[in-house]
Design a protein around this ligand. Sequence first.
Ligand code: NI
Length: 255
Amino acid sequence: MIFDTHAHYDDEAFDEDREEVFQEIREAGVGLVTNIGSTLESAKESVRLSGQYDFIYAAVGVHPSEVEELTEKDMEWLCEAAALEKVVAIGEIGLDYHYDEPSKELQKKWFLRQLEIAKEVSLPVCIHSRDAAADTLEFMRKAHADGIGGVIHCYSYGIEHAREYLDMGYYLGIGGVVTFKNGKKLKEVVAYAPLSQLVLETDAPYLSPEPYRGKRNHSGRLPLVAEAIAALKEMDVSEVIRVTTENAKRLYRLD
Ligand code: NI
């Protein structure tokens, strides 16, 4: 059974056929999905989806690119939502310096605040970090994030940073990029990291694996990601699926 640890099924890309997609991914062997909030609205939608579907869990949090208008009142909602039974993580939160806005200062403020909330409510975090390797690590250390636990979603840095996150007990989220021709850096990380700290993720509707790169992604394509990991680690694809699903349950504390 496959566990997709990071998807956005609240996205409008699924508005036309969400029900059909869910049926398709279940038939493809996907047993569990964590739907991840990126804005406050999508966090609310994630909670709603988790209430409607047995196989969906929710993460609530605000993506670094979406923090511009956040308020402390929004953080109150986050704390309340965190108490719901099917809310399993705070995320996605982090730093994204790919674009100039929102400012680094604002991103850092809300990253730290949401890390604090995760600690308060005793939930793991889903970390989004792009072009911000040094600051992400610095802030995680500042917040004693090793005591919080979680996953570095869509892991995109090299082996040295991977070592730091692995030593903090974090999982690395591996998705479609591992199948890309230009995914060499990630392939090295996957070969290097212990399978016991890898989890599968789609980031659907984004980051479809080859040969569907550029098309709308869904969890039913995760066998392609598992196959790429199996090839790099020279093991059976069924073993990759079995172990990453166990890891995901441990990550989201589902047992
Ligand atoms: Ni995402």
